[in-house]
Design a binder for this molecule. Structure first.
Ligand SMILES: NC(=O)C1=CN([C@@H]2O[C@H](COP(=O)(O)OP(=O)(O)OC[C@H]3O[C@@H](n4cnc5c(N)ncnc54)[C@H](OP(=O)(O)O)[C@@H]3O)[C@@H](O)[C@H]2O)C=CC1
Ligand SMILES: Nc1c(N[C@@H]2O[C@H](COP(=O)(O)O)[C@@H](O)[C@H]2O)[nH]c(=O)[nH]c1=O
Length: 375
């Protein structure tokens, strides 16, 4: 492109790219959106990253461009500008390097908002420049900067991205007075939870949950066409990718427990009550995305330390009503907040999306960012 684009045009394109990015799945990979503009600054193609293992936003946008315009009718790529929320990657991970795909497509200009904080993936801007692409770092877009703040912090701090799952009743319980908890949420919610298990690298539960429930903690997907029929045995298959199963806590667990004997991922007990120790140990094993599945002690320990990057709250339309101990089996234990202000300061979340799942509702929450995003 001859003239540099005005900042307002770039900001508008980044607004669009951020909105696209938010349609993706947050987890081991960042949320990324990309918009391709022609010489008149009109949008000609878009893309976003749908989650680990799927094409990156830039490649999605290039594919959309190729699909939209047949070979003989494609705009001159040298006159196109790709506006992308994150620096194009430079490495071969689960997919190939975006910098090379952009070079191969002949795109003339790339404008990116955030430098890739992952040392393994960074350097795409330099590769593009070396190949003759015009590259600008547009660092002032608050939305793009806020998009992956938690993900970037996890990378910088050498820890996995942390998702927390809670399946609770209307009165905020995860089990009844007698300890029974299966099931609070319905089939659709549990299918969704198994899908989440299938996309994470590891699941963590406490010794309390293993002793109370004897869970298998495998990722089981319902076979197509058999959605509401039959028992679980007949209608589910093991997902291709099984998460590492992690027990957190000091009591020994018998090797006859289902978490060791049922088919699924490898099982590991970490003899600690310290969430950060668990995360470091998992990062050392290459875990990039972990799901905390409970129970209340474990969930609360991660929340209390501000380590939940995302919460999947499966809310069932049921009042369990405890026995005599009203606090028993609350989904969250005391986080030691002394005032409402302290709670707003340390434990405020915002809803990313909400969807009905049969009789339940799934609410996905992320920590509320500071009022003024840090650039
Ligand atoms: N509906 C839902 O989403 C879920 C419901 N549940 C239900 O929850 C109940 C179990 O809850 P809960 O007893 O809280 O179980 P947890 O799984 O939270 O295990 C608690 C135990 O974990 C160990 N532990 C490890 N780290 C910590 C820490 N930082 N703080 C405190 N304890 C730690 C302690 O045992 P140790 O002495 O061994 O160190 C503690 O007793 C069951 O009834 C189960 O059915 C469980 C999961 C999900
Ligand atoms: N009770 C409850 C959940 N409980 C979670 O599921 C675990 C059992 O896993 P598995 O043995 O693999 O089927 C259990 O230990 C706890 O972590 N999950 C939900 O989605 N909804 C529910 O109502």
């Amino acid at each position: 492109m001859g003239q540099p684009l005005p900042a307002t045009v770039i900001d508008n394109a980044l607004n669009y790219a951020v909105a696209l990015a938010k349609q993706g799945t947050r987890g081991a990979n960042p949320l990324v959106g990309a918009v391709i503009l022609d010489a008149d600054a009109s949008t000609v193609a878009t893309g976003y990253h749908r989650g680990a293992g799927t094409p990156h936003a830039e490649v999605e946008a290039l594919n959309a461009l190729a699909t939209k315009f047949p070979d003989n009718d494609r705009p001159n790529p040298a006159e196109l500008t790709m506006v992308v929320t994150l620096e194009p990657c430079n490495h071969v991970g689960r997919t190939g390097p975006c910098s090379q795909a952009i070079i191969d497509a002949g795109i003339g200009t790339v404008i990116y908002a955030v430098i890739d904080p992952d040392p393994a993936a960074a350097g795409g801007a330099d590769t593009l420049r070396a190949a003759g692409v015009t590259v600008h770092h547009h660092s002032t877009h608050a939305g793009a900067n806020a998009l992956n703040e938690r993900w970037s912090a996890a990378k910088r701090n050498h820890r996995p991205f942390v998702s927390v799952k809670i399946a609770q009743s209307l009165d905020g319980k995860i089990a009844a007075a007698d300890g029974s908890s299966q099931w609070i949420t319905g089939d659709r919610s549990r299918d969704h939870a198994h899908h989440v298990r299938s996309i994470v690298d590891a699941i963590v539960v406490g010794t309390g949950t293993v002793l109370a429930d004897d869970p298998a903690l495998s990722a089981r997907l319902r076979t197509r066409g058999n959605y509401t029929l039959g028992g679980e045995q007949n209608t589910h298959v093991l997902a291709d990718q099984q998460p590492l199963r992690v027990i957190m806590g000091e009591r020994p667990i018998e090797t006859t427990a289902k978490i060791f004997t049922e088919p699924g991922g490898e099982t590991l007990q970490l003899n600690t009550r310290e969430p950060r120790t668990v995360l470091t140990a998992l990062a050392d094993r290459g875990v990039e995305h972990v799901l905390i599945e409970g129970g209340a002690h474990i969930t609360s320990a991660f929340l209390a330390e501000g380590l939940a990057d995302e919460i999947y709250l499966y809310q069932a339309p049921l009042l369990i009503g405890s026995g005599t101990d009203q606090a028993a089996h609350n989904s969250i234990r005391s986080l030691n907040n002394q005032s409402l202000q302290q709670a707003w300061d340390t434990q405020a979340y915002q809803i990313e999306d909400a969807q009905p799942l049969g009789p339940d509702i799934l609410i996905r929450l992320v920590p509320k960012p500071p009022a003024t995003p840090k650039n």
